[in-house]
Design a protein around this ligand. Structure first.
Ligand code: KIV
Length: 276
């Protein structure tokens, strides 16, 4: 059940930071998905996903919150340990959750160190030029950083809801300036969320590190989706996502079939019993 990796990335060995820039240089698109637990991470890793993001979207997807804001560092540490334990090839990137890095580089470093000790090979943080110092400090400490620009879910209250960002020339110029600042500070990749295609394309041309889009159109160096959106775990998914399976429906059917078999007495069958 494994898949071949493009030429500049190792087929069996771990994807490392230098593979990210190589992929951009060779025009090979990077594939990223979120993961929050060991079982799912193993499947996504085995399928050839280049980067697994232990996203703070765990708040919406698995913890029952309606935003990423309540997610704690302790919750991210549990999920990061689980994903890292089940991943052989993908680079594991863990989100710094809201409230664990905004005070400054030292707070960011203390939080990031814990995620790296839990198994992350890189951390991701949200925000533009204001995070330059934090990115530089983490980079100097040997912790690769992925930036996150455009719609930044941890700022949903300030942004006034789920809205496309960087619309208009001034906002687009600021997005590009933020991207250049983060790349200069040492960011190894940049997630661009919910920005117009031309703005994402301009950022992609402006930095040497790969851009990874989500709701940012096709002209980025890679794509990321929340795995439950990608796999069709529920009927709803964001407008920018495509459901590549109907896993939610299959799970629903399996649970119904199991329930029926238990109720009618056809499970367990004779083959499932222990005689002595
Ligand atoms: O937490 C997350 O899932 C993310 C993606 C939306 C990129 O940050």
């Amino acid at each position: 059940m494994s898949s071949a990796a493009p030429s500049s990335r190792p087929s069996g060995a771990r994807v490392r930071v230098h593979h990210l820039t190589q992929a951009k240089e060779h025009g090979e698109r990077l594939v990223m998905l979120t993961a929050y637990d060991a079982f799912t991470a193993r499947i996504l890793d085995d399928a050839g996903t280049d980067m697994l993001l232990v996203g703070d979207s765990i708040g919406n997807v698995a913890l029952g919150h309606d935003s990423t804001i309540p997610v704690t560092l302790e919750e991210m540490l549990v999920a990061t340990r689980a994903v890292a334990s089940a991943t052989a090839r993908a680079m594991v990137v863990a989100d710094l959750p809201f409230g664990t890095y905004e005070s400054g580089p030292q707070q960011a470093l203390a939080s990031a160190v814990r995620l790296v000790k839990a198994g992350a090979q890189a951390v991701k943080l949200e925000g533009g030029a204001a995070r330059e110092d934090a990115v530089r400090t983490l980079t100097q400490a040997g912790i690769p950083v992925v930036g996150h620009l455009g719609f930044t879910p941890q700022s949903i209250n300030a942004l006034g809801g789920y809205r496309v960002q960087a619309r208009g020339q001034q906002e687009e110029d600021r997005l590009v300036a933020d991207a250049v600042a983060l790349a200069k500070a040492g960011a190894v990749a940049l997630v661009l969320e919910m920005v117009p295609t031309p703005a994402a394309a301009r950022v992609t041309r402006s930095v040497a590190v790969p851009t990874i889009g989500i709701g940012a159109g096709p002209r980025t160096d890679g794509q990321v989706l929340v795995w439950t959106d990608m796999a069709g775990m529920s009927e709803w998914s964001p407008r920018f996502a495509r459901q590549f399976g109907q896993v939610g429906q299959a799970l629903h059917q399996a649970a119904q079939d199991y329930g029926q078999a238990v109720r009618e007495g056809s499970f367990p069958g004779p083959e499932h019993g222990f005689e002595s």
